[in-house]
Design a protein around this ligand. Structure first.
Ligand SMILES: [Zn+2]
Length: 216
C-alpha cells in the first residue's frame, strides 16, 4: 500500500446530475471517470478515474480510482503520489452544498483520516496545493468559493477549536467560549495563531461582535 499523507478536496464544476433521471449522480460520475480513462489510456491501461471517491448531492459515495493507486487530481506529482482525491459533484462556485453531501463527505474523510493517520492540517482544497510546475498555489478555483471547507474542518476537529492549540493551551476554555459565540474565528483556515499580533481591524471586529451580542 502506498503512503497516504493528504486528502485533497475537489468539486466537479458540473451539475449534480447528468439529467433528472440521474437521481444520485452516478451517471455524471461515470462520465467524469470515462473522460479520465480516455485521457490516460495510453500511459495507464487500468486507470479508472482522476479521483478516488465521488460524492453525489444525495450523499451517495462512489468508489472510483482504487485507493492503492495514485490519481492525477492535483497539479503536483509528489502530492498526487501520497494523496487521496475526493470529488464533490456540483459547482460550488455558484451553489451551496446540500447537507446530505456534506455529511457523507465528513463521514468519508473521518474514515480515511483514521485509516491512514492523516492529520487534520493535511486536509486540503485543490487550490491550496502548491503546483510543482509553477511553484505557486494552483490557479484553479476548485472546489469553488462556496465550498464549506471551514465548516468541514470544524466538523472534523471534534471539539478542538483550532489546529494550533490543544487541551494543554492555557486559555483553552476562554478560546472555546469565545469561538462558540463567534467572537473569535481564527484566521479563516482553522488556526488561532495565538502568538501573533492583532491588527486594529481585527480588534475592531472583535469589539463589534461583542457589542452586537450585548445588544441582542
Ligand atoms: Zn480540483
Amino acid at each position: 500500500m502506498r503512503k497516504i499523507e493528504y486528502i485533497v478536496l475537489h468539486h466537479s464544476a458540473t451539475d449534480f446530475q447528468s439529467n433528472k433521471d440521474d437521481i444520485d449522480g452516478k451517471v455524471i460520475g461515470r462520465t467524469i471517470c470515462d473522460r479520465a480513462q480516455e485521457k490516460w489510456k495510453k500511459e495507464f491501461t487500468d486507470y479508472k478515474c482522476d479521483y478516488h471517491f465521488i460524492i453525489g448531492h444525495t450523499g451517495e459515495v462512489f468508489k472510483a480510482q482504487p485507493i492503492e493507486q495514485p490519481a492525477w487530481h492535483c497539479t503536483n506529482y509528489q502530492a498526487n503520489l501520497v494523496s487521496v482525491g475526493i470529488c464533490f459533484l456540483g459547482n460550488f462556485e455558484n451553489i451551496e452544498m446540500p447537507t446530505e453531501q456534506f455529511n457523507a463527505g465528513i463521514k468519508l474523510i473521518k474514515t480515511l483520516m483514521s485509516e491512514y493517520n492523516v492529520p487534520l492540517a493535511n486536509i486540503l482544497r485543490h487550490r491550496d496545493v502548491v503546483s510543482d510546475i509553477t511553484h505557486t498555489a494552483n490557479s484553479t478555483e476548485c472546489p469553488g468559493k462556496n465550498f464549506p471547507y471551514i465548516h468541514m474542518l470544524d466538523a472534523l476537529r471534534d471539539g478542538e477549536p483550532f489546529f494550533d492549540i490543544g487541551e494543554d493551551y492555557k486559555c483553552i476554555n476562554e478560546v472555546k467560549f469565545l469561538k462558540q459565540l463567534s467572537i473569535i474565528k481564527g484566521d479563516g483556515y482553522g488556526y488561532l495563531k495565538p502568538h501573533e499580533f492583532i491588527t486594529r481591524e481585527e480588534a475592531m471586529l472583535i469589539a463589534y461582535r461583542i457589542l452586537k451580542l450585548l445588544q441582542n
